[in-house]
Design a protein around this ligand. Sequence first.
Ligand code: SF4
Length: 368
Amino acid sequence: MKYRDEYRAPDAARGYADAIARITTRPWTLMEVCGGQTHAIVRFGIDQLLPEAISLIHGPGCPVCVTPIAYIDKALEIAALPRVILCTFGDMLRVPGTQSDLSAARARGADVRVVYSPLEALTVARQNPRHEVVFFAVGFETTAPANAMAVYQAQREGLGNFSVLVSQVLVPPAIRALLERPGNRVQGFLAAGHVCTITGYEEYEPIARKHGVPIVVTGFEPLDILEGVYRCVRQLEQGESCVENQYSRAVRRPGNAMAQQVMQAVFQVVPRQWRGMGDIPDSGLGLSPAYRSYDAETRFGAVNGEAEMRGDCLSGAVLRGEIRPDQCPAFGSRCTPERPLGVTMVSEEGACAAYYRYRRPTGGSARE
Ligand code: SF4
């Protein structure tokens, strides 16, 4: 398949692994930011191809996983109201709230609908004028333009029964927060290519300079990731710390100006709470004053409460890259995708789900 098979060629992958081994003179720890990259790494055994001196640790790059539990509880509270339709992506259905999840709420009779885009939620609002339709807008910079467009469109149409519960987060402040955590081990980052298609990567440059870490904007296929690791290690070995763009087939330094314009018109930068990471200043998007009437928090009350679930799930430590999923005592035994204890096992992009799918503890890896 064009644009896929050429990025999965085994000989080229071995060539990159050999090249990385040749330039590596001491241990380095790198973090891939995005859950999609984590899945590719685990699925294709990329970490096992690398020299032992290179450690890849998985970052907080799953938007479903970092959504605080207080937002799940708020979505449940809204869904339980009469004449409300809550629209969400399928991944959110089984994310546990404090007492329940949206899938169970639906079984109890709440009108919770899975949509594939925010514009589909707008259609639901047009078709159900007697209902309040709320879209649960979760995501990084990748989903923000489409979510902004839905709000913009709702205002243009004067659609009064549509609102969004916004849990949009931004990647660069999270990278900064990780680097500033006491005991940080990360020496270089593979930044998420799809996020940078929207934002570009200028914002990463002061982070690389200030913290002395290389950041390589990287795609999602095995050769993308291996080349990202190679470029990161090459910089570390040469004592450099700048931003490089491995994913030039999709990413330009300034990003996508039209997408940025609609985001900036509808949203403003706000502080956000992240599951696993706590409060991070300027790390999220909320509706700007001109669009605040479309904010579900304006209509149904502010989100309030905890970011984390109490209990023995170690999702927070997984999201901070402090442990690998298979180091959690519950992994694969008390916690499986069928009976998940935490969000990193529930979400398609979650690191625990990736390890369970491709490396479950039944002896050896279980690759597709
Ligand atoms: S394996 Fe399950 S219990 Fe352990 S951190 Fe992952 S989601 Fe939580």
